[in-house]
Design a protein around this ligand. Structure first.
Ligand SMILES: Cc1ncc(COP(=O)(O)O)c(C=O)c1O
Length: 350
């Protein structure tokens, strides 16, 4: 059966070029800084992100946690969006392992947190209060449908943070998608943050890994935190090699994923039972609501899975679809045909 995999851009399989690079990778013990391939990946990522240094980590979760633990001390508070991945989907790692508390603020539909809200959320220096240790942004914003924070917005947050002497961390699991949408170099977006985490294993298609970047001093401290978290890897060049291919070959092609997401959204806007504004789709994530007379999200997910189109529900009334390297334009057209067929069949039964 034909399968169109829209559950996540984490589902991509390594390309032949990646597998060949992995096979040929020169390796060494990375805990001692002796893996030339990891070193090359870190240098490349630092250069692309416009930062002094970078650190290869196992996952986005480990990258974000390493950064939060490096910026903050026990008792600090982190300002972030209530739908920030760091807050809702990373097992409260900073609280559990770092004694750090979260100050979640409402996310707007475009992924921003209102500037006035952040300003109010910053704790004054009162004896009773936790100290605000960090502000976290997410770009593109996963839960809000791959929406992109503008450079103007990022500059406003930076300016506010600077006024209060608070660092900014950017969860850039899909930062390259954001940069492609904004049509700027990724370093231009990362410039507004002290630290940034990018995932190699999402739209960029690598099998494993993320990179964090910042000043050389910050990265040296984050390296120690990574070791504490059990993330010191040995001949990690085997996987870093695929990360290099991801950065060198898979950034520009993210445009294709964005065009496919848009095509999917435009098609779904014409299908009964589904409610979506294609103009709201900016990158590779498409969140679709069910209309009140349409199927439930679970029903839609289950019935489409039976037809080979895979995606996930994100609430009782909403599903999420993600385009990526392993989804073609023809897959999207075929998926739309399946959806139309299902919904037409449903209407005839009624
Ligand atoms: C915005 C964002 N940040 C961080 C992560 C965590 O990445 P990982 O799954 O590699 O831990 C994800 C994963 O989906 C994500 O979407």
């Amino acid at each position: 059966m034909r399968i169109v995999e829209l559950r996540s851009d984490t589902k991509t399989k390594p390309t032949l070029a990646m597998r060949e690079a992995m096979f040929a990778a020169e390796v060494g013990d990375d805990v001692s800084g002796e893996d030339p391939t990891v070193n090359r990946l870190e240098e490349l990522a630092a250069e692309m992100l416009g930062k002094e240094a970078a650190l290869f980590v196992v996952s986005g979760t480990m990258g974000n946690l390493s950064c939060v633990l490096t910026h903050c001390r026990r008792g600090h508070e982190v300002i972030l969006g209530e739908w920030a991945h760091i807050y809702w989907a990373e097992v409260a790692g900073a609280a559990a392992l770092g004694g750090i508390s979260y100050r979640p603020l409402p996310n707007q539909p475009d992924g921003t947190i209102e500037i006035a809200g952040i300003a109010e959320g910053i704790r004054p220096p009162d004896l009773h209060y936790a100290q605000t240790g960090l502000i976290c942004l997410e770009n593109s914003h996963n839960r809000m449908g791959g929406t992109v924070l503008s450079l103007d917005y990022m500059a406003e947050v930076r300016e506010l943070a600077d006024r209060h002497g608070i660092p900014v961390h950017l969860d850039g699991a899909r930062l390259f998608n954001a940069a492609v949408y904004l049509d700027v170099a990724v370093a231009e977006v990362a410039a507004y943050a002290d630290s940034v985490q990018i995932c190699l294993s999402k739209g960029l298609g690598a099998p494993v890994g993320s990179v964090v970047a910042g000043t050389a001093e910050f990265v040296a401290r984050a390296r120690k935190v990574r070791k504490m978290l059990g993330g010191g890897m040995r001949q990690a060049g085997i996987i870093a090699a695929a990360g290099i291919v991801a950065l060198e070959q898979h950034v520009d092609r993210l445009r294709v994923d964005h065009a496919n997401a848009r095509l999917l959204a435009e098609g779904m806007a014409t299908i009964s039972g589904l409610d979506i504004d294609p103009d709201a789709v900016q990158t590779n994530i498409v969140n679709v609501r069910m209309t009140h007379d349409g199927p439930t999200a679970v029903q839609f997910e289950t019935e489409m899975a039976e037809r080979g189109v895979l995606f996930n529900t994100i609430s009782d009334t909403e599903v999420r679809m993600v385009t990526h390297l392993d989804v073609t334009r023809s897959d999207i057209l075929w998926a739309l045909e399946q959806m139309t067929g299902l919904q037409t069949g449903r209407k005839m039964q009624v």
